[in-house]
Design a protein around this ligand. Sequence first.
Ligand code: IMP
Length: 193
Amino acid sequence: MKVVMATNNANKLREAQEILAPLGIEVISQREAGADVEPEENGSTFSENAMIKAKAVFDIVHCPVFADDSGLCVQALDGRPGVYSARYAPKGEECAKLLAEMQDIPEEQRTASFECCIAYIDENGCGTFGASCVGRIGTEARGTNGFGYDPVFYYGEKSLAEMTAEEKNAISHRGHALRMLYEVYQKRYGEIC
Ligand code: IMP
């Protein structure tokens, strides 16, 4: 089965392919599907933004599409950066900015979660659901794998950027959400593999 991911983010696309290919789902990018759009993400929730992206691409390609809207919610910052995670700092500077903003926050108050909301659409309808990964913001950036806030988000003893792709995908917000998407597709289209 082939589905289109409504994203221009190469890291999200790679993770979706890593997770869904072994389950029998080929994920292609919106660009490969001929949808060269970047809709304004002006929703106030992950769910709204995921649907904005999925719908913009579905209106062009008219075949099964899903989108991921995700972000980092830090408890001590009242849930920030949340839906503004992509705009919190220039690319590559988000970890340093977050560590600086949190420098006076003690260890036991550094709980955070990565949230991922998936929106899917096909000719029969649409839906959204979400999943999270709870961890904590460390006091230093560690590791070179992954992307975005991975070097400062710790799950157990490791930052997500110190994990292999397989280790991250097994516990990540996106891993959980995409395995839920697989179940949705199984219900809608029958056995995939
Ligand atoms: P958006 O979903 O396009 O609004 O972007 C979400 C932003 O959240 C990304 O640009 C990253 O900064 C951050 N983010 C989402 N998922 C992850 C992840 O798995 N690791 C690290 N950062 C993430």
